[in-house]
Design a protein around this ligand. Structure first.
Ligand code: SF4
Length: 318
């Protein structure tokens, strides 16, 4: 009775209601996130014809949030897809000190997905060859690439799936522009450098922050990526910070830049191998959409406004 008078009971009830409402809200948000991830991965698979009937897809899993997310979403897509394909999770244990080699097999077993763990001590080789203090990444990734191609052959793989996402692609684009003098990003689908494999990036349309949220929601057993002791690429880190800063200050800019990667106008760049500037001729026909030439370009609203999803995108090839 006292509890009613002093309001304690009412407070307990209110707290329970608030907790319930917040639980429902979180569940709804996670459901929305799952739908978005599936839609974006599905769109990438369709747009670039990433997965076809009968494919054996090797899903490269490192133990980081992105590759866990890729495997998770691909497994969902596999159940809903109108075509049949196989997923084989592959992890390369490079024998880095402290690598918890029980984590991935336990997780993959519990998931029920076919998997293969390839153990190769590339860490010792890299340590032996590269002088102390020098960056080990280029040799390490070359060795890793070669091993994964061999494993793909042994497992009769038809597509190799990597967990790079939209933000990795934009970072690469800026890295190439700032330091490499090239307008070049990270392709969603490519032929491997040995000419023998098709590599796909099903997370091409997915934002890193969504993968981070999904990883937290799904409680993936994340393995830290700093075990090798190598410094993260400083230039890539700087570009990542720049993009995050822009996203905070100018909402929509990242989306606009990502849209731009899919909306290329070679006649308005300066690569003479992509557009035949030397032989352009007048047409004599007025084009209201044509280039005004004398007027500088201006945007009242972001150029991506009104474009829903990725369906409104168009690659201009002239
Ligand atoms: S960060 Fe470490 S594991 Fe990754 S490529 Fe560089 S040396 Fe290899």
């Amino acid at each position: 009775m006292n509890a009613i008078w002093n309001g304690t009971e009412a407070t307990v009830e209110t707290d329970q209601e608030t907790a319930k409402a917040s639980g429902v809200r979180i569940e709804r948000e996670n459901h929305k996130l799952e739908k978005r991830l599936c839609r974006q991965v599905g769109q990438a698979i369709m747009d670039f014809n990433m997965i076809e009937e009968g494919d054996r897809v090797m899903v490269c899993v490192s133990g980081g949030k992105d590759s866990y997310g890729m495997l998770d979403i691909l497994l969902k897509m596999q159940q809903r897809a109108p075509i049949r394909f196989q997923l084989i999770a592959v992890n390369l244990d490079q024998k880095q000190p402290g690598f918890p080699d029980h984590v991935l097999p336990a997780y993959l077993k519990q998931l029920g997905v076919p998997f293969h763990i390839e153990t190769q001590d590339t860490y010792s080789i890299v340590k032996k060859v590269i002088p102390e203090g020098k960056t080990m990444c280029s040799l390490c990734s070359r060795l890793r690439r070669g091993i994964l191609y061999r494993v793909a052959d042994e497992l009769k793989i038809t597509k190799i799936a990597l967990g790079h996402h939209r933000d990795d692609m934009l970072q690469t684009f800026f890295l190439n522009m700032f330091f490499g003098g090239k307008l070049k990003g990270m392709p969603p689908k490519l032929v491997s450098d040995d000419g023998g494999h098709i590599v796909i990036r099903p997370l091409a349309n997915v934002a890193e922050k969504d993968l981070a949220r999904w990883a937290a929601h799904r409680a993936f057993p994340i393995i830290p990526c700093t075990l090798c002791g190598s410094q993260e690429n400083l230039q890539r880190k700087q570009i990542g910070n720049m993009l995050r800063e822009w996203e905070k200050k100018y909402p929509g800019r990242i989306e606009s830049m990502f849209t731009a990667l899919q909306n290329v106008v070679p006649s308005h760049l300066m690569d003479t191998t992509r557009f035949d500037f030397k032989n352009i001729k007048t047409t004599g026909i007025a084009d209201p959409e044509g280039d005004k030439a004398f007027d500088a370009e201006s945007f009242d609203t972001p150029p991506f406004a009104g474009v829903s999803g990725l369906n409104g995108l168009q690659v201009v090839t002239l």
